[in-house]
Design a protein around this ligand. Structure first.
Ligand code: F6R
Length: 366
């Protein structure tokens, strides 16, 4: 059942290229480079009149929501708020009838997310669900939505559901952006074409599995980790830190890289590992100077870079190279090495990665 892998988590990490293909099947036409989401076709009017999107979710699904915000704002020019469902439901939030709430939940049973949906519904908002489990409470409570189709996720730490959620959010933003005309035809086709190439790029990243396993041994001593990223890579840093906390019990914090100098830089010394996503982007030079600042303080840098980046390779203690892709699609590729890093550090520390202490796969109580 684990398909020859020692843990479900590792199997699910390796399943991701196929999962993303499954998620795109029937939705992405690879000949015409177009996207069809049935929920968008069937509820076009409700979705296009949205004045604002509010994404509600918890944990890893909330991190996917942060990426969704950037995708929707950039492709559709509609403001998006991302809320922890647990905070939203108790805050007496402002909800308008022309708000569209996007609820993201792998299990479809998270109590706080369900309650946030009920609250938004009672105020007249339209609810779009992004779930994995078909027929779950959240899937049933929404007006429409899109399943992520990644298959059952057994490992408690979410991996393939995360990339599936990000894929659906990308498809949603593309479909809406095209309908609204906020995304040029040329950009739209270019992004769809690159999206189709993502599963193959994920496979290339997975080939670095043994290299990551090998250097992970160097970090079993650590009590703390910092994860940094900017733009689309900031939520990847948060998600990488959450994965490490959950399964290795090492304390980890994710920050936007530029926030480092506003506090966390005080923590950096020769003992402090810093994982930094420094792939090609308009902010590359700024992230590079963050790495220089960390090295000047003797921090230990694990950098996730675009292949061929010799500058950072010479600077970082370890660098993991990713195939180049569009910045907006980078989270799908860049989250994989951080999942593998968390996995291997946890395994080196002798932890039960599929059943971490104190955690449940679905959080049906608040
Ligand atoms: C992290 C993790 C949790 C869940 C969170 C929401 O690996 O699994 O943070 O993401 O409990 O669960 P769902 O998506 O089922 O609502």
């Amino acid at each position: 059942e684990k398909g020859g892998f020692p843990h479900f988590m590792l199997k699910e990490i390796f399943d991701q290229p196929d999962c993303i293909s499954d998620c795109m099947r029937g939705r992405v036409n690879t000949d015409t480079c177009t996207v069809t989401l049935s929920a968008v076709s069937n509820y076009k009017e409700q979705l296009l009149r949205a004045g604002r999107f509010i994404i509600v979710a918890c944990g890893t699904s909330w991190h996917a929501g942060l990426i969704g915000k950037q995708l929707i704002e950039s492709f559709c020019r509609i403001p998006v708020e991302v809320e922890y469902a647990s905070e939203f439901r108790y805050r007496n939030p402002v909800i308008h009838p022309d708000d569209v709430v996007i609820a993201i939940s792998q299990s479809g049973e998270t109590a706080d997310t369900l309650a946030a949906i009920e609250l938004a519904k009672s105020q007249g908002a339209f609810i779009y669900g992004i779930c994995n489990v078909i027929g779950s409470s959240i899937a049933r409570a929404t007006d429409t939505g899109s399943c992520i189709h990644v298959g059952p996720e057994i490992g408690v730490a979410s991996t393939k559901a995360f990339t599936g959620q990000v894929t659906v959010l990308t498809l949603l933003a593309l479909a809406l952006g095209r309908e609204k005309g906020t995304l040029s035809e040329e950009e739209y086709h270019r992004i769809v074409k690159e999206l189709v190439a993502v599963p193959e790029k994920m496979r290339t990243v997975l080939k670095q599995h043994l290299f990551i396993a090998d250097f992970s041994k160097m970090f079993t001593y650590a009590r703390n980790f910092i994860y940094l990223g900017r733009g689309y890579a900031f939520p990847i840093a948060l998600e990488g830190a959450l994965k490490l906390k959950e399964i290795s019990y090492i304390h980890a914090e994710g920050y936007p890289a530029a926030e480092m100098k506003h506090g966390p830089i005080a923590l950096i010394d020769a003992e402090m590992p810093v994982v930094i996503v420094a792939t090609q982007s308009p902010l590359y030079e700024k992230v590079l100077s963050n790495i220089q600042e960390i090295k000047a303080r003797k921090g230990r840098v694990v950098a996730v870079v675009t292949e061929g980046d010799t500058v950072i390779r010479n600077l970082a203690d370890y660098s993991i190279e990713l195939p180049a892709t569009l910045e907006c699609l980078n989270p799908l590729v860049a989250s994989i090495p951080l999942q593998l890093l968390a996995y291997h550090i946890a395994v080196c520390r002798g932890m039960d990665v599929d059943q971490p202490r104190n955690l449940a796969k679905s959080v049906t109580v608040e």
